[in-house]
Design a protein around this ligand. Structure first.
Ligand code: HEM
Length: 447
């Protein structure tokens, strides 16, 4: 889309050749938040390409609900497909229903209950290295925790352990690389520059580790009660089992879509509890009543109400998936604008959650805004997207984060070492660095 269109405002400040690349790489959140002041649909430029940012909840809903018209596709999704294979998150509408149906049983409530037992086991090990008065790098700890738990949910067999370690090592470079590949002009992302090479190397290593695990599973023919075992047995609507390439793409997709977003959500939740000690104390009262000194389990979830609201409010303030795209498959009419085929549209949960017209007092951390009696603007809270492409792991992530946060708060008092806002690195997720937290043990062993 090279021309300007009626009903679509132009974001000012585009430079020749690079367009809005600098604000998008340097301070994308501030840049995004300026856009609604220009209109409901605002065109920005990524190098020589353009994209339209959708700035009203009802328009975002229209985009999300009409997934045939507003499809996955275009250069950004192509690059994600190149990194992960054509899995459920990047495939076009024509392949999506089938792929989603084959994956959905692995995220049923019954499965989730089983995964929760593994979550509880992993939460027990999360704080093993913590001691009274120690300073903890929360982002690194949460990344370890989420990657161990999610990769073990996908493949539990002992033989998969080396693959889990490789994937864990490679994912940060993959996450960083996908974002850079998505915003850089294609010619720049193809040059043999160190970040591009790092990304390629990490992607190839993770790719090979997952391939090896699939063939190990195929050889031993055992069922391990994990997502990979389930996928190997799944038949599609035509009664065909899934091929290796499709299973590979789904596993890569789940690893990439699941691990960092969940780790980031937990890191931000800890940061926000440090900034808001009154909420932390209220949460401790809840967890003391429900858990006492033990680790949270699936059966505790209905009573961990404030913990869930704390996570929900964290996802509002810092939605890990902060910028997402669609491409018009045909000409579309959105608000007053006629949008040509193959236009890239951007929706941003961050932008939506921070627009005071739709989320009053957007910067204040207030878990009570999620009490059942509170009213909300429809479509203005979208941390997991919406429509047919809504996050398949939303309940998994909420369960894991609620159980982990409740257990931590029941056993440890958390305070910031540094009162500065953590450095935010915009990758595919809104990644915080430098969340250094002092932990105080609340469960002293009697002398
Ligand atoms: C707090 C944690 C998480 C957040 C904030 C999050 C957010 C999102 C968002 C916003 C989307 C929609 C993308 C779009 O509209 O283009 C999405 C899709 C997806 N997520 Fe998550 N996610 C989280 C955790 C997980 C987990 C734990 C898994 C799996 C283990 C997962 C797997 C997926 C998959 C497979 C899709 C693609 C769904 C489809 O297109 O049918 N996510 N996620």
């Amino acid at each position: 889309m090279a021309t300007d269109h009626e009903g679509i405002a132009q974001a000012p400040g585009a430079l020749p050749i690079v367009g809005h690349l600098f604000p998008l790489l340097r301070d994308p959140l501030r840049f995004l938040n300026t856009l609604p002041s220009y209109g409901d649909l605002v065109q920005i430029r990524l190098g020589t390409q353009t994209a339209v940012v959708v700035c009203r909840p009802e328009l975002v809903q229209e985009v999300l609900l009409h997934d045939r018209t507003y499809d996955k596709g275009g250069p950004i999704i192509e690059r994600i497909g190149n990194a992960l294979g054509d899995g459920v998150a990047s495939c076009p509408h024509s392949a999506h229903r089938r792929q989603r149906r084959s994956l959905q049983p692995a995220f049923s409530r019954a499965c989730l209950r089983e995964y929760a037992a593994l979550m509880t086991e992993k939460i027990d090990t999360l704080t093993i290295g913590w001691s009274d008065g120690r300073t903890v790098d929360v982002a690194a700890q949460m990344y370890n925790f989420a990657s161990d738990t999610i990769s073990r949910t996908l493949f539990t067999a002992e033989a998969a352990r080396p693959a889990i370690d490789t994937v864990k090592e490679c994912l940060p470079d993959i996450f960083r690389g996908i974002y850079q590949q998505a915003v850089l002009p294609p010619w720049l992302s193809r040059l043999p520059l160190p970040p591009n090479l790092r990304y390629e190397r990490a992607r190839n290593r993770a790719w090979a580790a997952v391939s090896k695990t699939i063939s190990l599973y195929r050889q031993d023919d055992e069922t391990h009660g994990d997502v990979l075992s389930m996928l190997l047995k799944t038949q599609d609507d035509a009664g065909e089992v899934l091929g290796d390439a499709e299973i590979h793409a789904q596993i890569m997709t789940l690893l990439v879509a699941g691990i960092e977003s969940t780790a980031v959500a937990l890191t931000w939740a800890v940061h926000l509890l440090c900034q808001n000690p009154d909420v932390q104390e209220r949460l401790r009262t809840e967890t003391a009543e429900v858990l006492g000194t033990r680790t949270a389990t699936w059966d505790d979830l209905p009573r961990l109400d404030l913990a869930r609201r704390v996570i929900t409010e964290t996802l509002r303030i810092y939605p890990p998936g902060w910028i997402l795209t669609r491409t018009t498959a045909t000409e579309a009419r959105l608000a007053d604008a006629v949008i040509p085929p193959e236009t890239t549209l951007i929706y941003s949960p961050y932008l939506m959650h921070h627009d005071a017209r739709f989320n009053p007092r957007p910067s204040s951390f207030d878990p009570d805004r999620w009490l059942p009696e509170q009213e909300h603007v429809r479509g203005a809270f979208i941390p997991f997207g919406g429509g047919a492409r809504k996050c398949i792991g939303d309940n998994y992530a909420m369960t894991l984060a609620t159980l982990a946060l409740s257990t931590i708060v029941a056993q440890w008092r958390l305070s910031s070492v540094d009162h500065q806002l953590p450095h935010i690195e915009p990758r595919m997720t809104l990644t915080p660095h430098g969340v250094q937290v002092r932990v105080e043990c609340l469960q002293r062993v009697p002398d």
